[in-house]
Write a protein that binds this ligand. Structure first.
Ligand code: HAS
Length: 549
């Protein structure tokens, strides 16, 4: 390992690791709930001890979709900011720890309420399903904690900018800032819904809520939420993978531009989750469908950039022909192979997203298990395998250990097991969805439907895929424990690629936040003002207006 290897400060490393511990505990528990769910849906298994299907589904969605992702992302970003723009100040690090504690307390509260069957409202917690007030309070704490942690990251960025006037900030820090800005703006929606509607309603302070407004505020948050998951994976794809394969970044400017586009277009698109919902004028749905197609562009740019990276690297090694570069990629390195499986999955995952977003076509797939298939390819494969790929070097880097040959081998097996399990489970979900199999339903509610005969074999296939995936989770936990506590001591690199020599200079306009935040606010106001006003004005009696009490 090179003498000049830049290490994450040990104290910042501890903060990052604390987040990863919670993330991997959530993976183990949430994964178990996922296994139970696929078994129940197959109709071949009944939950013991009076456990309810929706309780298990909520555990799965909240622990994996909200807890694992948020904790992993915060931990990774703390490490990335510390690595690229310098150690956190004492104050910022303390803020980071406060944020962590607040998030963890919130997570414990939420999880207990779900396990007590007091909050079987799924991860979307749609009204009129109602949860115990502590569930909503717990989720609020998770969000507030992430704001505090995000504030610490932004403070480090501001400090770097002051010390380096006129220079573009380190790209991983820049990307973190974009992800956190998007998160701040997005979480405002869910915070308003929880604090002014769901929580007072659950406490009995108000009798009714405006269901449509709460759902709309959820999706105002819910779509950027999926990009909050995706962008850290893109950080790895743009900046880390090129270094892992031994190459350089194709273009720094293009990576930054794609992140700016995500910031602008991730939020004003939430209505594409509500295309079949009455009470929202088709015109506004159409506007948001158009904006959704704009948010596809930065992903297409990312695909282009990845191919360019791979090809540039392959040709530098003497590859010829259209696909000669493919053979040159490091197929024995888990840090590359595992995220690469994620990239492959993102091609059908993204295509499925485009189908979902295609307005009328959405009617075919909405509320079927097709949608579950879509997000298992995107978040549960593309994103999560990239997070696993990051874990394979980040954890040893932070714990002062190394990824041994044996663990590297096991990690590749883990990635393949995941890929195979997901291929089976998600293909079955897509097909069953097209045959009409509902989403969010247990066998006992759909098993007697005459059409069920068509899709039940696919539900069984899902259980097979789900069981293979659970094996993948066990392997991942073994590797995590090894890298944290048992791997031999040593130094593992935190890979950050340099930019290719021929790339254009990065323009400073990318860091002119006044421009981007103004456009962002304008787009949100255009996309949401009228529909929300209409929902409030035309709200059903009893929930008229967004009144408090
Ligand atoms: Fe989605 C529903 C539309 C992306 C997650 N989505 C969901 C839900 C989740 C989710 C969790 O319009 C369910 C929510 C719920 O509980 O109800 N989604 C899209 C669109 C995109 C998209 C247009 N989704 C994601 C990502 C997610 C995610 C990313 C998580 C991380 N989604 C929808 C819609 C719904 C929806 C509707 C509502 C459905 C309904 O009716 O309820 C786009 O962002 C996708 C763009 C992606 C691409 C792919 C680019 C490919 C790349 C890889 C290149 C590979 C290489 C390697 C280079 C265009 C970058 C290859 C090498 C070789 C050698 C081949």
């Amino acid at each position: 390992m090179s003498q000049t290897m830049i290490k994450v400060d040990r104290r910042d490393g501890k903060l990052a690791m604390a987040h990863l511990y919670v993330a991997f505990i959530a993976l183990a528990l949430g994964g178990l709930a996922g296994l139970l769910q696929t078994l129940v849906r197959s109709g071949r298994f009944e939950l013991p001890l009076g456990i309810d299907y929706y309780q298990v589904l909520t555990t799965h969605g909240v622990l994996l979709g909200l807890v694992l992702t948020t904790f992993f992302i915060m931990g990774f970003q703390f490490a990335a900011v510390s690595r690229t723009s310098g150690t956190f100040t004492k104050k910022a690090r303390i803020a980071g720890w406060i944020g962590f504690v607040v998030m963890t307390v919130g997570t414990i509260m939420t999880t207990i309420m779900i396990l007590l069957n007091e909050a079987s409202v799924l991860y979307t917690f749609y009204a009129p399903l109602q949860a115990h007030a502590l569930f909503y309070l717990g989720l609020t704490l998770v969000i507030v904690g992430s704001w505090i942690g995000g504030g610490a990251m932004i403070a480090n960025y501001v400090r770097w900018r002051k010390a380096n006037p006129g220079k573009p900030s380190p790209i991983l820090t820049f990307m973190t800032v974009i992800n956190m800005l998007m998160w701040f703006v997005a979480t405002l929606g869910v915070a308003v819904s929880v604090l002014f509607q769901l929580l007072p309603w659950s406490l009995g302070w108000i009798d009714t809520v405006n269901v449509l407004v709460t759902r709309t505020l959820f999706w105002y948050f819910g779509h950027p939420l999926v990009y909050f998951w995706l962008l850290p994976a893109y950080m790895a794809w743009y900046v880390i993978i090129p270094k892992v394969i031994g190459g350089k970044m194709f273009s720094d400017s293009m990576a930054r531009l794609s992140f700016i586009l995500f910031l602008l277009f991730s939020i004003p698109v939430g209505l594409h989750h509500q295309l079949t919902e009455p009470g929202i004028d088709a015109f506004w749905k159409y506007i948001q469908v158009v904006l959704t197609f704009l948010v596809v562009i930065p992903s297409l740019m990312t695909a282009f950039s990845l191919f360019a990276n791979f090809e540039m690297f392959g040709r530098s090694k003497g590859a010829t022909g259209l696909f000669g570069w493919f053979k040159m990629l490091p197929w024995k390195d888990a840090r590359f192979v595992v995220p690469f499986i994620g990239m492959i999955a993102f091609i059908p995952g993204g295509a499925g997203g485009i189908i979902n977003a295609s307005f009328q076509m959405n009617q075919v797939v909405h509320n079927t298990i097709w949608v579950t298939g879509h997000f298992h390819l995107t978040v549960a494969t593309a994103v999560i395998l990239t997070f696993f790929g990051i874990t394979y070097w980040l954890v040893p880097h932070l714990t002062g250990r190394v990824l041994t040959k044996a663990m590297n081998q096991l990690a590749i097996i883990q990635g393949i097991v995941w890929g195979v399990g997901m291929l089976i489970m998600s293909s079955a979900m897509h097909i069953a969805g097209l045959l009409g199999a509902p989403r969010r339903s247990s066998f006992s509610t759909y098993g007697d439907a005459p059409q069920a005969i068509d899709w039940i074999p696919y539900q069984v296939a899902q259980a097979i895929g789900g069981s293979i995936l659970f094996l993948g989770i066990i392997l991942m936990i073994i590797i995590f424990i090894n890298l944290t506590f048992f791997a031999p001591k040593g130094e593992e690199e935190f890979p950050v690629a340099e930019v290719a020599d021929k790339a254009e200079r990065t323009p400073m306009v990318f860091e002119n936040w006044k421009i981007w935040v103004t456009i962002l606010v304008a787009l949100i106001l255009i996309a949401y003002t009228v529909p929300i006003m209409e929902m409030i004005q035309d709200g059903p009696p009893g929930s008229k207006g967004f009144k408090l009490w």
